[in-house]
Design a binder for this molecule. Structure first.
Ligand SMILES: [Zn+2]
Ligand SMILES: [Zn+2]
Length: 126
């Protein structure tokens, strides 16, 4: 028996969102956006071309310049898709800002905020 796919990539911000229990399978097949905000951005026709700006649609400002991801968190981090590759959202943000990142390389946040995806706050760790 094959398992139904219970997550999708938002067509606007590229973050991963998960099916919630109260969404029927039929309704789930039709959704393309992680949140109402992304749906509004899509309808407005002004979806940013820059992948970083798209990711930042899903963040809220916090003191110290932090941009905190406010989407679905599984395994402690949100996820997003970049160039067809699913990864933790802070790793995706890092790849957009600084280029490819080996799978075995971890990223820390100088601000100590695991949800922060401001590239200025990243510090690479081997
Ligand atoms: Zn979205
Ligand atoms: Zn930060």
């Amino acid at each position: 028996m094959s398992k139904p796919i219970l997550y999708k990539e938002c067509s606007v911000c590229n973050t991963i969102f998960y099916k919630s229990r109260n969404v029927s399978t039929k309704a789930w097949d039709l959704v393309g956006f992680c949140c109402d905000n992304c749906r509004r951005v899509f309808i407005s026709g002004f979806v940013p071309e820059d992948p970083m700006e798209r990711l930042l649609l899903r963040t809220v400002d916090a003191p110290g310049g932090c941009r905190l991801f406010d989407g679905d968190i599984r395994g402690g981090f949100g996820s997003a898709v970049l160039c067809g590759k699913k990864d933790f959202i802070h790793r995706v943000a890092y790849r957009i800002a600084y280029g490819e990142l080996p799978d075995n390389k971890e990223i820390g946040q100088l601000c100590g905020n695991a949800r922060c995806i401001n590239p200025d706050h990243f510090v690479g760790m081997v």
